[in-house]
Design a protein around this ligand. Structure first.
Ligand SMILES: Cc1cc2nc3c(=O)[nH]c(=O)nc-3n(C[C@H](O)[C@H](O)[C@H](O)COP(=O)(O)OP(=O)(O)OC[C@H]3O[C@@H](n4cnc5c(N)ncnc54)[C@H](O)[C@@H]3O)c2cc1C
Ligand code: FES
Length: 334
């Protein structure tokens, strides 16, 4: 079967695939690094859109691929097999997919600060600078195991220090390690990974963050604040939701961004009752938006899967098209 893959930079690649191969397998065999994470149909990182042709979707969870997305033509590259010739669209520039696999790096902890309830900001010194797009993430190896965990970068790219905003879960492997970790300890990481990154510097952006889903937004916002192109951006708005007011983190970084980016504003919602903040979920803040507000706006959503699903449903009701909704689900480790 012939598979034409179209990319966001208007490039096209022709692949051939056997009936047994997934789209990812066929791409890999022919030197194309299809974006992938779990390889098991549960994370959605490998999603593409089938423009024409028929496929077998294979295994997938609702978290990774909803029925609505299937109806709209979406499929998971790591699971999908072609049943006919296909035209497939990947919302990534081809240039990125021709690069070598992300390197394995060594890092040591230079800071591990508690910045809110059950939330730490981990800062790592790398053995070499890492090039990433604001919004992408690294995988950290849990010390003493062969397990890896994904954490989004919070800082501006291309530094030899990287930050991560991490929620400490009860009895989580990495969470338990971080509760006892000390400055100077060495960690292994790979990166960058992921397709959640700032797409457009000129049109308005609305970022919806749940809990530590704020992390990648901090990277995007600080990058915007340091970028001349951001002056063309009409506005950047952050809708930030937490369960409890004590979980609100990194307001100092938001204040610093605001000083450099006058069009930036943020609103906080707290699920539990709070005297100071609006009660509800981050996605409830979308109830204030009208169809006129969302025209030409790109939406970035990051956080727990139910928040992303609720946000996408609301945006769809407001008439926002799928291409304008960029999201990443913080799915628990597989
Ligand atoms: C793309 C991506 C980016 C991410 N970025 C971030 C980020 O920037 N910040 C962030 O905080 N998180 C992020 N995450 C989530 C992160 O990768 C981890 O999943 C999270 O930190 C939990 O890891 P852990 O090792 O502490 O817990 P795990 O060991 O994975 O356990 C998770 C929870 O499940 C429970 N559990 C484990 N095993 C069982 C069992 N057998 N039965 C019942 N319960 C069980 C644990 O008690 C714990 O509460 C991201 C996830 C993805 C997919
Ligand atoms: S890489 Fe395909 S669903 Fe995770």
């Amino acid at each position: 079967m012939k598979i034409i893959v179209q990319f966001s930079d208007n490039e096209t690649v022709l692949l051939n695939a056997t009936p047994e191969e997934t789209l990812f397998d066929a791409a890999k065999r022919q030197g194309l690094r299809w974006p992938i994470d779990c390889a098991e149909g549960v994370c959605g990182s490998c999603k593409c859109q089938i423009i024409s042709g028929t496929v077998d979707h294979g295994f997938y969870t609702d978290e990774a691929l909803t029925q609505e997305e299937i109806t709209a033509g979406y499929a998971l590259g790591c699971q999908t097999r072609a049943k006919s010739d296909l035209i497939v669209s990947l919302r990534m520039p081809l240039a990125r997919l021709r690069r070598a696999a992300p390197p394995m790096l060594s890092a040591h902890i230079v800071r591990l600060d508690t910045v809110a309830k059950d939330t730490v900001h981990l800062v790592l010194q790398l053995n070499q600078p890492i090039e990433f797009l604001p919004g992408q993430y690294a995988k950290l190896k849990v010390p003493g195991s062969n397990d890896w965990r994904a954490y989004s970068f919070t800082n501006i790219p291309n530094h030899d220090q990287v930050g991560m905003l991490i929620r400490l879960l009860p009895s989580g492997q990495m969470s338990d390690y971080l509760r006892r970790a000390q400055v100077g300890e060495v960690l292994e990481l790979t990166g960058p990974h992921g397709i959640f990154f700032m797409r457009d510097y000129s049109s308005p952006a609305v970022m919806i963050a749940g809990g530590t889903g704020l992390g990648p937004m901090l990277s995007m916002l600080q990058t915007l604040a340091a970028d001349d192109r951001a002056s063309a951006m009409q506005s950047a708005r952050l809708l930030y939701g937490v369960n409890d007011a004590a979980e609100i983190a990194c307001l100092d970084i938001l204040e610093a961004v605001k000083k450099k980016l006058p069009g930036f504003s943020w609103t906080i919602s707290v699920a539990n009752a709070s005297a100071q903040y609006r009660q509800g979920f981050a996605t409830d803040l979308l109830d204030d938006f009208t169809a006129a507000d969302v025209a030409s706006t790109t939406f970035y959503l990051c956080g727990p899967p139910p928040m992303i699903d609720a946000g996408r449903a609301k945006l769809k009701n407001l008439g926002v098209s799928e291409e304008k909704i960029i999201y990443e689900k913080f799915i628990a480790s597989q």
